[in-house]
Design a protein around this ligand. Sequence first.
Ligand SMILES: [Zn+2]
Length: 286
Amino acid sequence: MPPDPFFAGAGLDRADHLRADPGAIAALRRHGEARQLVWNDGAPALDGQGRLCWRAVSGEPPLLLGLDGQAPRFSHLPDGNIPANAYAHIHLLALLDEIEGPTFAAALSLANWHRRHGHCSVCGTPTDPNRGGWSRICPNCGAEHYPRADPVVIMLAEHDGRLLLGRQPQYPEGRYSALAGFVEPGESIEFAVARELKEEAGIEVGEVRYLCSQPWPFPSSLMIGAHATAVDERLTIDRQELDDARWFSRDEVLAALAGDSPAPFQPPPKWAIARTLLDRWVDGLM
Ligand SMILES: [Zn+2]
């Protein structure tokens, strides 16, 4: 079985039962094994082995990331810009240990949400961190606001044993990957998959099946991996969204994943759920 998507593991115990109790959070800050995340240049800092870096708790860090066994893990809100684009963090993604992925993702998304959502969306008043940083509360109107995750469908469309992959303009040279798009309000996963494939590639699909999901902390998406059976192979590509899209045979996908030279295309990197979907497809796991 290929590994689960990067960032998709269990991570810390989120300790939801403690978040609403300020006294319990204060006690956790004083716990002998409490640690605070180290940030560097708008992202959690990594050591030479790709592990997160921790230090003794100082002050009152507002974000309770969770418990590592019995050991509390906190974060402050880092100063300065927190880049929301994955390409800004690509040097870290290449180094990041997979076990640390879920905690890295939670800390980055949560800190970014606090940075970008400091005002009440009901009345505009500046809000305060609440519940160990897992909500913000408005001192004026009392509204409580929760960190958001934006659902994105990402799908392998298949027809007659071949897969549809596409190129976005910002991709590195030669990269092809699964098509993707945001789920819109009032839309199911299945209809979002069908709509995106119709809009971007002009294809009609029949059955759509959910496969697996991945938190994507740039800044806070939930990637929903799916497989769609295309009705035919005729493409009408939306050139505003894609440089190109084409059908690849199983042998071509295998050669790309194996890194053959010359490869039919450059596959997505290990930390993208699209890579997991391709690995599972060639292994016959969908
Ligand atoms: Zn308000």
